[in-house]
Design a protein around this ligand. Sequence first.
Ligand SMILES: CC(C)(COP(=O)(O)OP(=O)(O)OC[C@H]1O[C@@H](n2cnc3c(N)ncnc32)[C@H](O)[C@@H]1OP(=O)(O)O)[C@@H](O)C(=O)NCCC(=O)NCCS
Length: 216
Amino acid sequence: MELLIFGAGGFGREVASWAGRARWAGEAFEVAGFIDDRAAVSELNGRPVLSLATAAAEHPGAGVVATVGDPRLRERLIAKALAAGLVPSAPLVHPNAEYDREYVTLKEGVVVCAGSILTVNIVVERHAQINLDCTVGHDAVIGAYATLSPGVHISGNVAVGSYSFMGTGAVTVNGHPGRPLVIGSEAVVGAGAVVTRDVAAGTTVTGVPARPRTTL
Ligand SMILES: CC(C)(COP(=O)(O)OP(=O)(O)OC[C@H]1O[C@@H](n2cnc3c(N)ncnc32)[C@H](O)[C@@H]1OP(=O)(O)O)[C@@H](O)C(=O)NCCC(=O)NCCS
């Protein structure tokens, strides 16, 4: 299936480097190029960089992943791509990432990078992004458009809200059956933070243990 990578920044180039080796339901992805209306170049790492209009005209019906870390920006890019006639990509999972399709549900547009491991009874909602070397434990939900940066560890019984952003190396302790640890929607968890209790929606927490940031 044809794949367009919306965002020709660093993460987009990383994803493009392996996407052609990924498969979904036995079918390989064929990377048609990047979409980036603001790029100053027409080619990157041997692949064309196209405007959205050109990409939609040349590759009608192609699947799209948005390769930006900012959850709300990712949502806007996907909305633009769909309005232009493209479709959400099937989940794009690096061949070295580990998960069992019997126990893990990945929704459309999800990206899972190399080294990441998802165990059992997990749902990853649409367009969530799981970067390099993350782990997601049992009974976890990763919300729509959530971002797990490299090296994030989500313990068992944790719900990561939609549009939340977890910085590099952030970790959570576990929740409990019927009482998950909840990271609220649009929350930001700073790099290296250790989340030990629920994070309210829309708040930024940092540190060990993670605490809401106070502003002056
Ligand atoms: C928490 C975060 C969102 C704060 O961003 P910000 O508001 O722009 O913060 P600033 O860079 O202005 O830093 C403000 C202060 O917080 C400190 N700080 C920044 N991030 C921190 C973190 N993760 N943990 C603890 N302290 C942090 C800074 O050292 C600075 O302290 P100082 O005023 O004593 O010098 C951000 O630093 C962060 O951790 N982002 C995650 C980035 C990431 O992992 N990206 C993944 C790329 S793949």
